[in-house]
Ligand binder design. Structure first.
Ligand code: COA
Length: 149
């Protein structure tokens, strides 16, 4: 498995991975309208292309994109791994890549609006809840943060 920065030519495949994985895992935490909104605003090729200035990394295996992480300065925006490849350390490798960047920028905290599904996973990756659950725009999430040493 290899981790590298996302390129413009990857966007179609990234969007497919995000939408498939979203539909499999995250629909229960969204209203119908909230899910459509989230897909349009964050997972569509058009929205991804408009954010190419963010930190965007893919995990690839045999030239297939199997994972994706996106962050701005110190907040995780998207974090998805293809179902077949989950639980094997791909997510951790993507998160380590972002942590390295945050450290280089002399920052020591990463925030995330965690999907409720991923709270145990973020906890295993060292994140802690900062408040109770929140609900906004038809989406339930859990604010969390990680202090990096
Ligand atoms: C969140 C996600 C990207 C993690 O990717 P992954 O490749 O499965 O993660 P890893 O295998 O690197 O596991 C990371 C840690 O979480 C743990 N973990 C993995 N799956 C878990 C699960 N279902 N329940 C509890 N812990 C889990 C791992 O053991 C590991 O901890 P460790 O380092 O102490 O062993 C992936 O599960 C996913 O795409 N989920 C659906 C979309 C989602 O919820 N994204 C987050 C949006 S904010």
């Amino acid at each position: 498995m290899n981790i590298r920065r996302a390129k413009k030519q990857d966007i179609k495949n990234i969007s497919k991975l995000l939408i498939n994985t979203f539909n499999k895992f995250l629909l229960p935490y969204f209203t119908k309208e909230g899910a459509e909104n989230f897909k349009n605003k964050k997972l569509s090729t058009k929205s991804l292309l408009s954010r190419m200035n963010q930190y965007m990394f893919v995990a690839e295996e045999k030239e297939q994109i199997i994972g994706y992480i996106e962050a701005n300065l110190n907040e995780i925006q998207l974090f998805f791994v293809n179902q077949k490849y989950q639980g094997k350390g791909v997510g951790k490798a993507l998160m380590d890549t972002i942590e390295l960047i945050v450290k280089k920028k002399k920052n020591n905290v990463i925030y995330v609006k965690a999907s409720i599904y991923a709270v145990p996973i973020y906890t295993n990756l060292g994140f802690k809840k900062t408040t109770g659950k929140r609900q906004i725009n038809g989406e339930q999430y859990q604010p969390m943060k990680k202090i990096i040493n």
